[in-house]
Design a protein around this ligand. Sequence first.
Ligand SMILES: [Zn+2]
Length: 424
Amino acid sequence: MDFVLRNARIEAGGGLVDIGLAGGRIAAMEPGLRCEAPERDAEGRFVFPGFVDVHIHLDKACILDRCTVCEGTLSEAVRETARAKAAFTQDDVYRRAAGVVDMAILQGTLALRTFVEVDPRAGLRSLEAILRLKADTADAIDIEICAFAQEGLTQEPETGAMLAQALGLGADLVGGCPYTDPDPIAHVAGIFDLAERFGTGADFHVDFDLDPDGSALPAIIAETGRRRYGGRVSVGHATKLSAMAPEAAEAVGRRLADAGIALTVLPATDLFLTGRDRTRLVPRGVAPAHLMKRLGVTATIATNNVLNPFTPFGDASLIRMANLYANVAQLARDDEMEAVFAMVSCDAAKLMGRDDGLRVGGPADLVLLDATGPADAVRGIAQPLASWKTGRLVMERPAGTIHRAAGATRPRVAFGRAAEGFDA
Ligand SMILES: [Zn+2]
């Protein structure tokens, strides 16, 4: 055994176990594990296989200093970012992206899927930077790269050829954005053509407005079925689902589940950009991921943008995003919080085809959260205290400490919670 994490809670309300790691795998998971390896006491805190950010844009993160945000609309964000993008250099993209990857690692994320724009403005500079970063940080985080047509395809045929080049250079999958294309249906088909040609998955930004009509989802569902692509397709935003009548949204959810298409909601961006035409009672514009999950859809929550005109906020924290979603979706019960936690952990892992639970023989990827379980973590935006990737300690930070005056008698209670496992 190389290391043992003792007294870990691996399921809500479950007992404590010791997790033994050896050769980059989980070698044992049981109470009172007898061995001499170096150890750490989790003190009853929750341990899980790490957050998975299935939708983030590393290439255009941290550019608020070079953009103007006046309207806060989607069209302004696309326009401002396109202008900034033309001046991106490989080193500039690398530096900004590396900063965000470090933020994500410190937030307990062990895998992410980044979109990287490939078009006549970005050239292949952003892609080359992110490929370099992926190799340079492989010891700490798994990065999947989605070559992305943010600004359309059919009206700019060079983009299709460049996406093919990107897939040849090592991009892991291809992404489309039918809402910026004058011919959204042909756009969807074009992205599927590329995915089929290179044998990769496909990920679409779709339905990013609050008109319940005119969804691109039927076209994506049809192509997924026709090409037998179930399980390899995901869609992000789908904010139209928040504007549809419940029966209509449920019908779409059933079709997504049947087709094997995963859904990702991006609460920070969806809240910031939608409903800008309203002066009061501003709609939330966040697709009901928890209802879609109940229908059998692989539903996930992700970061999307960090500090740019699409989202002028961000710290790459998925537990904060889960909390934001639960708050906006007006959830309350423990089982609802646990479902939301799954959307940034095991369901997100499933979307990316990763191991989705702790098991003996599985990869020694662990994150220690300052919480007693997933519901507690979502409610309190629990801080990650340490993470291990293939058995190696990747990150650690101290739990908060309150220093009391000499002679003070009140017992220690962590973060206001007198939960089991926390009392001194
Ligand atoms: Zn996005």
